[in-house]
Write a protein that binds this ligand. Structure first.
Ligand SMILES: Cc1cc2nc3c(=O)[nH]c(=O)nc-3n(C[C@H](O)[C@H](O)[C@H](O)COP(=O)(O)OP(=O)(O)OC[C@H]3O[C@@H](n4cnc5c(N)ncnc54)[C@H](O)[C@@H]3O)c2cc1C
Length: 509
């Protein structure tokens, strides 16, 4: 029977980090590098990354991301050495505040409404900056400053907002390409089209997995197994069961996950015309529609239902996605006027990316939106009028305030029962534009409890780590922390999995 030192289940960001880390840790300890893992039986296998999907779907959700990585940092000078898109001259015109441990942890706990495990969240935050260095220097992930998504041009300066400043070159596609290159170079073997269906144990320790390969169940032995199989978001029935009624119709990015390791969720808003059950391998995260802080959102009854300016979009899109799902029909319209249409990201709102509805008056816009599901056009006209009045009232009372999308500018509509707390401008200068949006699932997270140091899976029965079993991946989500969490725990899991070989007398047979 074939044996490996470590088998990683899943080829997403977390799985790739775990596989690379395991291979690298073995090399560091003087084993044969890059093919360090001992060959127990009849093939030249080393580490193995098991995947349920075909090769063209490699990378899990990571492929669809913007490659946004949230990390603690001490400002521009700290990050300049690891990014590849900032010249010396450009650096002079960038404003970037530091993002401290307290900021990052505070954001996780605030956005998660106190539910995140503070120990695991701290482990992610504390290891974030060193993990970025590891990803850049050892794995070879190409990082950039995220000008398009995370900075606004304010006068002649680029001002970063919201703490999240790094992304990968060519987004998720670039991230996964770099990961696959790294693990291949490190000697990790990848098996496609072979879902892991069972974890096997012997004397209280994990000793392998059963996979389905070419229609057969095959038992593979391994000293350590890392679970990095993502969440259950691609399974509509499980979404209905675990997340509640209505979640079956949420839009997901890809179609290959059916595991049930996770229990909580983070939704995000997306283009209502996006494919519903499988992602688009070209447009990937361009279905995201994150321009609502610049305008308003209304439901099919023509009513606003969230405070679009409550916080930076990275901190609100998860709960606003859920709010959209709860609206009649599960959709909403985002609306802007000519003052801000030019500030919407072309990646998300460009021609050919999304159906845009244009009009020269709000009345005409409302009329056109009835063809896309708006049921009360008079109410929409009234809501926009009332909103404009509230903007003007606030502007009149606060002549010192100026509109600035890079900070929470306090430009609000306080007099409304549902205010817009920041970035409130009137919607009255034609042409007007609207797009229809629905709720998409970014990922499901939660699930197994982990040792914060080793990423070992904690047993419900014994409250101790199960020997040989590790996990990494989805955890919690202010934008950009999904990838960070996967990298932190993936790296830890790989390191700990590799150390089993050091501490045991040999692979368990
Ligand atoms: C559109 C979009 C944009 C996003 N943008 C960002 C962003 O910019 N920054 C950020 O931090 N996060 C972002 N996220 C969230 C991010 O994608 C996830 O947090 C992250 O990719 C999860 O990685 P993972 O490795 O844990 O799981 P996944 O990427 O879900 O990978 C799991 C892998 O396991 C495989 N698998 C499942 N079951 C089995 C099995 N039984 N046997 C073998 N293999 C199996 C799957 O095929 C898959 O390859 C985004 C998500 C979406 C949908």
């Amino acid at each position: 029977m074939a044996s490996w030192d470590c088998i990683v289940i899943g080829s997403g960001n977390a799985g790739c980090c775990a596989a690379f880390s395991a291979a690298e840790s073995g090399c560091d300890k003087g084993a044969r590098c890059p093919f360090w893992a001992r060959q127990q039986t009849n093939s030249s296998d080393k580490f193995s990354l098991s995947m349920s999907c075909p090769r063209e779907w490699a990378g899990g959700n990571g492929y669809y991301t913007a490659g946004a990585y949230r990390t603690v940092h001490s400002g521009l000078q700290d990050l300049l050495p690891i990014v590849n898109n900032v010249s010396k001259e450009q650096a002079e015109s960038i404003d970037m505040d530091e993002y401290s441990h307290e900021d990052f942890l505070g954001d996780i706990m605030r956005v998660g409404e106190g539910k995140p495990d503070p120990v695991l969240a701290s482990a992610v935050v504390n290891a974030s900056r060193e993990t970025i260095a590891w990803l850049a220097d050892r794995v070879g992930i190409p990082f950039m400053l995220s000008f398009h998504r995370q900075a606004y041009a304010v006068g002649a300066r680029q001002t970063f907002w919201g703490g999240l400043v790094l992304c990968t070159e060519d987004g998720g596609k670039g991230l996964i390409a770099a990961h696959l290159r790294a693990i291949e170079k490190a000697g990790v073997e990848v098996w496609y089209n072979c879902p892991a269906v069972e974890i096997t144990m012997e004397d209280g320790a994990v000793n392998g997995v059963v996979v389905e390969k070419d229609g057969e169940r095959v038992h593979l032995r391994a000293a350590a197994v890392v679970l990095a199989a993502g969440g259950f978001e691609a399974n509509p029935a499980m979404r209905e069961e675990k997340l509640g009624p209505g979640w079956g119709r949420a839009i997901v990015s890809r179609a290959h996950l059916t595991t049930d390791m996770s229990l909580l969720f983070v939704p995000c808003r997306g283009d209502a015309d996006a494919p519903t059950e499988a992602g688009d391998r070209v447009l990937t995260n361009q279905f995201t529609k994150s321009g609502y802080p610049l305008g308003i959102m209304v439901n099919s009854a023509g009513k606003r239902f969230v405070d679009e300016g409550e916080d930076y979009r990275n901190y609100t899109y998860a709960k606003f996605g859920k709010a959209i799902l709860k609206q009649p029909g599960g959709f909403a319209f985002q609306i802007w006027d000519s003052k801000v249409i030019g500030s919407l990201r072309v990646e998300e709102y460009g021609d050919g990316i999304v159906k845009k509805i244009h009009a020269d008056s709000i009345e005409e816009l409302a009329e056109k939106l009835t063809e896309r599901g708006l049921e009360d056009k008079e109410e929409l006209v009234r809501v926009v009028h009332e909103y404009n009045q509230a903007v003007k009232q606030h502007e009149g009372e606060n002549p010192d305030k100026t509109w600035n999308p890079a900070v929470k500018d306090g430009m609000s509509t306080k007099s409304l029962s549902l205010p817009k707390s920041n970035w409130a401008l009137t919607i009255e200068e034609p042409p007007f534009m609207a797009v229809k949006v629905a709720c998409g699932v970014t990922f499901t997270f939660g699930g197994v409890d982990l040792d914060p140091e080793t990423a070992g899976v904690i047993s419900d029965k014994t409250s101790k780590a199960i020997p040989g079993l590790y996990a990494a991946g989805e955890i919690n989500y202010p934008g950009g922390s999904g990838l960070m969490a996967g990298a932190v725990f993936g790296r830890k899991a790989g390191r700990a999995a590799a150390s089993i070989r050091e501490t045991s007398t040999g692979l368990k047979q």
